[in-house]
Design a protein around this ligand. Structure first.
Ligand code: SD4
Length: 320
């Protein structure tokens, strides 16, 4: 029987790992553990610029969340994207997996489903997150002040809506706002959860890699579990997490597979003149081997829990 283990992205992944390890110690399934870990981070509004309520919103100041879950034993998976006013998007993704024949619900549909499932609608903003949004948009603030003094536009469009400006350049507003949690339970099954508010100040409606099965997360007991963080567009482009799981299936170690995914992301980004891709990956196989890598300058740290011990490790940086 393997020793239970959990790994999670970024320094706040320690919070996730601690919560998940308690669940694994009771002999409960990997997916339950990974979800408990992810939810502990969603609930912690003191983790600045991070996952869940209190994290950084989109261009219009709306907080929209993305999450997904996957069970390595059955390949059952569920996902929600661009969902507002729901505190626990990862738990909602699990309901999509368990209560619907679908894999993914988005926007209002995801919110209606949440209501039907008894999730409360809540206001997700904190004083800090509102202030940070205003400070990050000095141009919009000035335009909004000016708009107040001008006659209403005939088409009813708000000055703010018209002034989104260019979308954030990939990587230019990169913030660490995604927790991916991968667990291996006492029975040798893998489970994974990913939850995020996405890139800060993203265009409204933008969806990254995090809720996409195969991009931000993939979990298969017969291969391995993998997750990504960083610029979602670059992770989607290479199908990052599925790529890693398939490399493990073909015989690579989780570490080798994560490094290959970083190389591939750098090569793909390089074809558009972008370097480095600014992504990071972590992986876990059914024997308990762990891997993690990031592209140059991503400074990716991840948490690993085995037994009582939880440590924060630095991922290897991969150049072109
Ligand atoms: C996204 N991959 O929405 C996410 C962002 C992220 O730490 O991982 N931030 O593109």
């Amino acid at each position: 029987m393997p020793e239970p283990i959990t790994i999670a992205t970024w320094p706040f992944g320690k919070t996730a790992v601690e919560a998940a390890m308690k669940v694994l110690a009771r002999g409960e399934p990997a997916l339950d553990a990974a979800l408990a870990g992810a939810q502990a981070v969603e609930d912690d509004t003191s983790i600045r610029n991070s996952v869940g309520f209190g994290s950084l919103p989109d261009r219009l100041g709306r907080l929209t969340l993305d999450a997904c879950v996957m069970d390595g034993r059955t390949l059952a998976c569920g996902s929600v994207a661009c969902v507002e006013h729901i505190r626990h998007p990862a738990a909602l993704a699990r309901r999509v997996m368990e209560k619907t024949p679908h894999v993914m619900l988005v926007g209002d549909g995801a919110k209606w489903f949440a209501l039907q499932q008894g999730f409360p609608l809540e206001v997700p903003y904190t004083a800090e997150s509102i202030k940070e949004w205003v400070d990050a948009h000095p141009d919009l603030k000035k335009k909004a002040e000016k708009a107040k003094k001008e006659p209403a536009r005939a088409d009813g469009a708000s000055e703010i809506n018209l002034q989104w400006g260019a979308p954030p350049a990939p990587g230019s507003e990169f913030n660490h706002d995604t927790v991916t949690v991968l667990s291996l339970d006492k029975k040798g099954h893998l489970g994974g959860v990913c939850t995020t508010s996405g890139l800060a100040y993203k265009l409204p409606g933008r969806v990254g890699d995090s809720p996409l099965i195969g991009a931000g997360l993939y979990v298969d007991d017969e291969a391995g579990a993998a997750g990504g963080t960083g610029v979602g567009e670059e992770i989607i482009r290479i199908g990052g997490s599925l790529f890693i799981a398939e490399q493990i299936r073909a015989g690579k170690s989780p570490q080798e597979a994560c490094e290959l995914a970083c190389k591939r992301a750098n090569a793909a980004a390089g074809r558009r003149g972008v370097h480095p891709a600014r992504v990071a990956f972590l992986a876990l196989d059914p024997k308990g081997n762990v891997g993690a890598a990031c592209t140059e300058k991503a400074d990716f740290k991840y948490a690993v829990g085995r037994g009582e011990k939880v440590e924060l490790l630095q991922a290897k940086e991969i150049g072109p």
